[in-house]
Design a protein around this ligand. Structure first.
Ligand SMILES: C[S@@+](CC[C@H](N)C(=O)[O-])C[C@H]1O[C@@H](n2cnc3c(N)ncnc32)[C@H](O)[C@@H]1O
Length: 377
């Protein structure tokens, strides 16, 4: 029996925490190598990555989250895919672009009226009560996105409007010099250190309990400064939709979006929408009651750093039990190191080389580690 964490009782789980997934789905897609016969388990979060994984057309995709509101935003997105055109889907979510007119020919709430009958009674009741979130742009409505909105408003003063605008004119050749000469001031460094400190991020953006096991981590701000420098100097800024969402609350254009919003994949998503099962549950409980050899791929976000090491190992043991031979797992570490313990050497093979290569080009750039493991049976 896996030790139960009490984290799900925190008040942040009574509302929408993530309207978007702040993880680059291309990493999971390359790490997992999903085949048509696969049953995939993915942590729902904002639903973006679960839907992006659906473009690989697995046999079944189980999106699980212990926060019911995360399931309800996933339901809303899936209902939008089922019932709307691509333009309408973007409008429902409140997508906005920097370089193109934003889709807004009808109001998002009028489109909500078209999709609400596809929702479960619980999801419908939540979105009926919270239509203001849809009206003002649901992709910015999570607690974490509202926190980033605050960051964005202050960023304008820290680096200046003009520098922000000029960022999107940079190429990989000019970015590093631009960052050094125009962006990287003492005020910027202080701003990041304060805004993303353990105290401020914990209290305002996420929850202090999320960092319970991050005790060995020195300065959060210092880590974020390092990753921000990497994103602004080493990765093409114009292709990075996480960066434009953080700095502008917008995508650059139709191409610089997560897969599930890209016009190219929309029909495929419609065709495969019936393969998704949305579950509100704790991963540990779901896995404990699943049969051995049930699932082929697991995209596990960074859930392991919210539990202690012993619970992490028990969860790995259970995941191994329900996995098919050759199954693959991928997950992230934000601040707390969680990677296959030595005692699992005979059961899990780490693909460190691929994980390291993928982490370097991770457009979501916040994570300190990406882990890919293959099940040996
Ligand atoms: C771990 S959080 C991290 C957020 C992530 N980095 C992102 O931006 O998408 C992602 C989701 O995992 C869910 N979660 C965390 N631990 C879980 C667990 N043990 N079982 C089910 N869901 C869990 C949270 O409710 C949250 O919605």
């Amino acid at each position: 029996m896996i030790m139960e964490s009490q984290i799900h009782e925190r008040p942040v789980f009574e509302n929408l925490l993530f309207a978007q997934s702040w993880e680059d789905p291309e990493l999971d897609i390359e790490a997992l190598q999903i085949a048509p016969s696969d049953r995939v388990v993915v942590v729902t979060s904002g639903g973006c990555n679960a839907l992006s994984l659906l473009t690989t057309e697995p046999r079944e995709l189980i999106a699980i989250d212990m926060n019911p509101v995360q399931s309800w935003i996933m339901e809303l997105k899936l209902a939008g895919i089922r019932a709307l055109s691509h333009q309408e889907f973007l409008t429902l979510l409140g997508v906005k672009f920097i370089e193109e007119p934003s889709p807004n020919h009808v109001s998002a709430t009028a489109l909500y009226a078209k999709v609400r009958s596809l929702l479960s009674p619980e999801a419908r009741s939540f979105w009926d009560r919270n239509q203001h979130m849809i009206q003002s742009g649901v992709l910015q409505a999570g607690r974490f996105e509202l926190y980033l909105g605050m960051f964005r408003r202050l960023l304008k003063f820290v680096v200046g409007d003009r520098t922000l605008r000029d960022l999107m004119r940079q190429s990989l050749e000019t970015q590093a010099e631009f960052y050094r000469s125009r962006w990287d001031s003492a005020t910027w460094r202080l701003f990041v250190r304060i805004f993303f400190s353990r105290r401020v991020l914990g209290k305002r953006g996420l929850d202090p309990e999320f960092f319970k096991y991050a005790n060995g981590v020195g300065s959060f701000g210092k880590q974020w400064l390092g990753v921000a420098r990497h994103a602004l100097t080493d990765l093409p800024v114009r292709e990075n939709y996480f960066l434009t969402q953080i700095c502008f609350g917008r995508y650059l254009n139709h191409n610089a979006v997560p897969r599930y919003l890209h016009p190219h994949y929309f029909d495929l998503l419609k065709e495969n929408a019936g393969r998704v099962r949305i579950l509100t549950d704790e991963l540990e409980k779901f896995i404990s009651r699943s049969e051995p050899h049930s699932f082929d791929k697991f995209a596990l976000s960074n859930v392991f750093e919210w539990v202690d090491e012993q619970t992490y190992e028990q969860l790995l043991q259970q995941l191994w039990r329900v996995a098919t031979p050759g199954a693959r797992l991928c997950y992230r570490n934000l601040l707390v190191r969680r990677e296959r313990p030595a005692s699992f050497e005979a059961h899990l093979r780490s693909d460190r080389e691929r994980a390291r290569r993928l982490l370097w080009r991770d457009r979501s750039f916040l994570y300190s580690n990406f882990v890919i493991e293959e099940v040996i049976k």
